[in-house]
Design a protein. Structure first.
Length: 583
C-alpha cells in the first residue's frame, strides 16, 4: 500500500518553466573532482579531503550533483548537511545518514556524542570499502563542535581510505578565525584539495539568459555572476527584472493562495526541513496548500519533510515577515515540535525567536550542559548567554549558577573578558546571598582567569582573598581548590611556594571523594615543580597519575596540560623517545 507521503510526492510536480541550468564555467572544477574519484579505484588507498568553497548560491550543490552523475554506479555517495540553527544539534550533519549507517553506529550517532564508537565507526565506514565512496558534508560553515571534531579525526586519516571527504561551505562565512579553517588547516597537506568556485563571467550569464529566452541586459551587474541569483531572476516575470533575489523570490510567492503562503511562511522560520505532520497539525488541508509552493519552484518534498529549494529563498521569505507574525509562527512550530519530542536545540531555536522566556530558561541550560559534555564549548557559551538574557526573574542562586557555568565555558574557548565578567557577576550574587563557600570558589575561578589574562599578580590577589574566605570554614574541598590555584600561580617565580601550596592541597584531598579535578590540578603542579629541578621518578609518577585521572573523567584542559608538560619536561631531561611519544 502506498503511503500518504508517496501519494503526495507523486501528486506534487516541480516547476516546469525553469531555465536550462547545465553547468557553465565549472569544467576545471568538475575535472578535479572526477580525477580524484577515479584515483580511488586504484590498487593503492588514496583518499583525500576536498574543501569546496563559494558564496551562497555559487553552484556548489550543482557541481557535486554533476560529479555524482559522472562518477559511475560503482561510487557510493553519502550526503549530510549542517543547518543554520542558533544552537546546532551535536553531530547534526550525520542525522540524514542514519538510515544508511550500520545499526550500532547509527545508535551511537543518535546520542549526539563524538564517542569512540562514532569516531571509529565512521572511520571504518570509509576504510572498509572495496569500492570508492564520497562523503559530502554540505554547509560545513554551520557545523557544530562535535561534527568539527569528527571531520578533523576523519581528515587526518583519510589517506588510508578509498573515500573522498568533501566539506562544502560558504566562503563568505569563513572568517579567519572560523573553526572550520582550523580544522582544514590541521589536516595533512598532501591529503587536501581546495576547490574555490568563482562567480560566473558576463559571457556565462548571457548564455544562461539565452537558454531561458530572456535578455541579458543588466543581468550580470545585478547578480554579480551568482548562479542562484541568475537562475531566480530568469525564472521570474519575463517583463520585469527584479532588483534583488528577494524580489525574485517574493514575485514567485505573490501568486500563491493564502493557505500556500501560510505553508511558505511556516517553512521559512524552520532552518531544518519541516516535517509534513507538523504542517498538517498547523494548517488545514496541508496537502493542497503545499502543491502550489512546489509547483512554483520554492519548496520541495524531501521524504517526510518539506524544505526550500534553496536556503537563500528561505531567508528571503523569512526576512519579509513582520516581527509579530514571525514570533507567532515560531511559537506555533515550537508547540508542534514539543509534543513530538524534537531535539532540545531545535526547540530552543524556535523558543528564542518566539520570545518564550520560560521555555528558553528551561531548555537552554540543559542544552548547554549537553553541548559541553561533547566538547562543543562554543555552543555551550552561546546557550548559557541566551539563558542569561532571560534570567532576571530567576532566584539569585540560579542566576549565579548560570553566570558561573557561562564563565567556565568562556574559559574553554579563550573568551577571557566574558569569563571574568560572568564570574564577577556570580561572585556579587553569592555575596548578596551570604554563600561563603560559593564566594570562595568564585574567587578561585576569578583568580585563574585573571592569571591568564593579566598575569600572576592579578591572580594571586584573588586567590588569597579566596583562602581568607575559606580557611576555618571547614570546607576541605573548596580550600584545597584555592591552595592548588595558588600553587599554580607561584609556579613561574616562587618554586618553594608552588610546592608547599600544592602539597597542602593534596593533603586536604587525601581520602576525599568527588574531588578528582582538584587532585589532577594539584598533582600536575607538584609534579612539574619536582621535575624542573631534577629527573625525579616520583615526579614522573605524579604527572602520569594526573593525566590518567584527567582522561578517565574527561577533564580535557587538564589532560592537555599534562601532555604538554610531559613533552617539555622530557626535552629538559633529554628523554627524547618519551617526548616523541607524548607528542
Amino acid at each position: 500500500m502506498r503511503s500518504r507521503i508517496d501519494d503526495r510526492a507523486t501528486a506534487i510536480e516541480p516547476a516546469k518553466n525553469l531555465p536550462d541550468n547545465s553547468l557553465l564555467e565549472r569544467e576545471l572544477e568538475l575535472t578535479q573532482l572526477r580525477e580524484r574519484i577515479d584515483a580511488l579505484r586504484s590498487a593503492q588507498a588514496c583518499g583525500v579531503c576536498v574543501l569546496l568553497t563559494g558564496e551562497a548560491g555559487g553552484g556548489k550543490t550543482s557541481l557535486l550533483a554533476q560529479a555524482e552523475r559522472c562518477a559511475g554506479r560503482d561510487v557510493e555517495w553519502l550526503r549530510g548537511a549542517c543547518e543554520p540553527m542558533l544552537y546546532p544539534q551535536p553531530l547534526g550533519a550525520l542525522i540524514e545518514l542514519i538510515d544508511r549507517l550500520p545499526p550500532s553506529l547509527a545508535a551511537a550517532v543518535r546520542t549526539g556524542q563524538h564517542t569512540t564508537e562514532v569516531l571509529a565507526g565512521m572511520l571504518a565506514l570509509l576504510r572498509d570499502r572495496r569500492k570508492p565512496m564520497v562523503l559530502v558534508i554540505d554547509d560545513a560553515q554551520w557545523a557544530d563542535g562535535a561534527t568539527l571534531d569528527l571531520l578533523r579525526y576523519l581528515g587526518r586519516r583519510i589517506a588510508g581510505t578509498r573515500a573522498l571527504l568533501v566539506f562544502s561551505c560558504r566562503s563568505d562565512a569563513l572568517a579567519g578565525d572560523h573553526p572550520l579553517q582550523a580544522v582544514f588547516g590541521s589536516l595533512p597537506p598532501r591529503s587536501c584539495l581546495r576547490i574555490p568556485l568563482a562567480p560566473l563571467s558576463p559571457a556565462a550569464v548571457a548564455e544562461m539568459a539565452r537558454r531561458a529566452g530572456r535578455s541579458a541586459h543588466g543581468l550580470h551587474e545585478v547578480t554579480q555572476g551568482n548562479p542562484f541569483f541568475v537562475t531566480e531572476l530568469l525564472a521570474g516575470d519575463a517583463h520585469h527584472l527584479p532588483a534583488s533575489v528577494r524580489d525574485a523570490v517574493m514575485a514567485r510567492a505573490a501568486s500563491l493562495t493564502a493557505e500556500a503562503r501560510d505553508v511558505l511562511e511556516l517553512a521559512s522560520v524552520a532552518p531544518l526541513p519541516i516535517e509534513l505532520d507538523v504542517l498538517e497539525a498547523l494548517i488545514d488541508d496541508a496537502d493542497a496548500a503545499i502543491a502550489p509552493c512546489t509547483a512554483a519552484g520554492l519548496l520541495r518534498v524531501d521524504g517526510a519533510a518539506l524544505r526550500f529549494r534553496h536556503e537563500l529563498a528561505r531567508q528571503a521569505i523569512e526576512a519579509m515577515l513582520p516581527p509579530g507574525r514571525a514570533a507567532a509562527l515560531h511559537a506555533a512550530v515550537f508547540d508542534a515540535l514539543s509534543v513530538r519530542g524534537a531535539p532540545v536545540v531545535r526547540l530552543i531555536h524556535h523558543a528564542a525567536r518566539a520570545g518564550l522566556a520560560g521555555a528558553v530558561l528551561s531548555l537552554a541550560p540543559r542544552a548547554a550542559r549537553e553541548a559541553a559534555q561533547v566538547s562543543a564549548h562554543r555552543q555551550a557559551v552561546e546557550l548559557y548567554a541566551l539563558a542569561l538574557t532571560h534570567a532576571e526573574t530567576l532566584p539569585l542562586a540560579e542566576r549565579a549558577a548560570l553566570h558561573a557555568a557561562h564563565s567556565l565555558e568562556c574559559q574553554h574557548i579563550g573568551q577571557v573578558d566574558d569569563a571574568l565578567a560572568s564570574r564577577r557577576a556570580a561572585l556579587a550574587l553569592h555575596r548578596q546571598l551570604g554563600d561563603r563557600l560559593s564566594e570562595g570558589l568564585d574567587l578561585c575561578e576569578l583568580a585563574v582567569a585573571a592569571h591568564y589574562h593579566e598575569g600572576p599578580q592579578a591572580g594571586l590577589r584573588h586567590v588569597q582573598a579566596a583562602i581568607d574566605v575559606l580557611e576555618g570554614a571547614g570546607a576541605r574541598h573548596q580550600l584545597a581548590v584555592a591552595y592548588a590555584a595558588k600553587a599554580q600561580m607561584h609556579l613561574q617565580e616562587e618554586s618553594q611556594s608552588a610546592l608547599d601550596y600544592g602539597l597542602k592541597a593534596l593533603a586536604l584531598l587525601e581520602g576525599l571523594d568527588g574531588a578528582e579535578e582538584c587532585r589532577v590540578y594539584a598533582l600536575n603542579t607538584v609534579a612539574s615543580m619536582r621535575l624542573r629541578s631534577r629527573d625525579d621518578a616520583e615526579g614522573w609518577a605524579m604527572l602520569q597519575r594526573s593525566r590518567d585521572i584527567a582522561l578517565q573523567h574527561g577533564f580535557e584542559s587538564h589532560a592537555a596540560s599534562s601532555w604538554l608538560k610531559t613533552a617539555s619536561l622530557c626535552l629538559l631531561h633529554r628523554r627524547y623517545a618519551q617526548a616523541e611519544a607524548a607528542c
